[in-house]
Write a protein of this length. Structure first.
Length: 255
């Protein structure tokens, strides 16, 4: 199996960090040590509130606001539209098991999870949920996501959308901003917003047990932290505030 969990605005594969720069309308990448920043595509990059880049084989996939799924080669060439005219604004994306693209859409307080084949055919609604949601991840068996409004929680369902389950009930101030699945763990980051609540990075087992706070006191100016990715090199987060999220930070796997 070859699957890559998605992020909100950035992703990490092939020893590079990838992210979308909506203000410049381009796709960017750097080496995992922070060197070698370069543009790999322009004019068709994820824009506005689009969130998420995913990788499968020699291709990367992303949502392009408001209603498209796009694909290009890892170097940014051969960009095409796979899915057009989605019914709602497309959001975070994940590619699973060399078979399906999964993504989220959001409209009027309802979160939709859809999937299609890797060539963009057979778009299918597999699950609906209430409230705003950030982050979409997979371990190859389940799809995981985080609800950041209403009953704040981390949830999962099977790859066909069946058996939705709440794994973790979050605190009322835990506004989840990014989620990914790597190895045997779910990782997520939260924002305290304007309430003076510390921003955090947390981890739990895939069944929701053994919740651990890895980073407990991100600066208030980082309350716009909006992405998380995990590799053997460490944990990467996209930091900033609102549309000003503008730098990537890394910490060790233990925080």
């Amino acid at each position: 199996m070859n699957f890559q969990t998605s992020l909100v605005g950035t992703d990490l594969f092939e020893a590079h960090v990838y992210w979308s720069n909506f203000s410049a309308d381009n796709l960017m990448r750097i080496n995992i040590d922070g060197s070698g920043e370069r543009e790999i595509g322009s004019g068709q990059a994820p824009t506005d509130v689009s969130r998420g880049i995913a990788k499968n084989g020699n291709f990367m996939y992303w949502t392009d606001f408001p209603n498209q799924i796009r694909r290009s080669r890892i170097n940014g060439s051969e960009q095409i539209v796979l899915v057009d005219n989605l019914p709602n604004a497309a959001d975070t994306i994940v590619v699973v098991n060399d078979e399906f693209i999964y993504w989220q859409e959001y409209s009027s307080g309802v979160r939709y999870i859809r999937r299609c084949n890797l060539d963009g055919t057979s778009v299918t609604l597999i699950h609906t949920d209430s409230g705003a949601s950030y982050g979409l991840g997979s371990d190859g068996t389940y799809i995981y996501w985080g609800n950041s409004s209403g009953t704040k929680a981390i949830r999962r369902c099977e790859l066909d959308g069946s058996n939705p389950t709440t794994l973790i009930n979050l605190g009322s101030q835990d506004n989840i901003r990014g989620l990914t699945v790597e190895g045997n763990f779910i990782y997520w980051n939260t924002s305290g917003g304007e309430n003076g609540i510390p921003m955090t990075v947390k981890r739990a087992n895939l069944d929701g047990s053994n919740i651990t706070t890895l980073v407990s006191s991100l600066a208030d100016s980082d309350r716009g932290v909006s992405a998380i990715s995990v590799t053997d090199e460490g944990i990467y987060v996209l930091k900033g505030q609102g549309l000003g999220a503008n730098f990537i930070a890394r910490c060790e796997l233990d925080g």
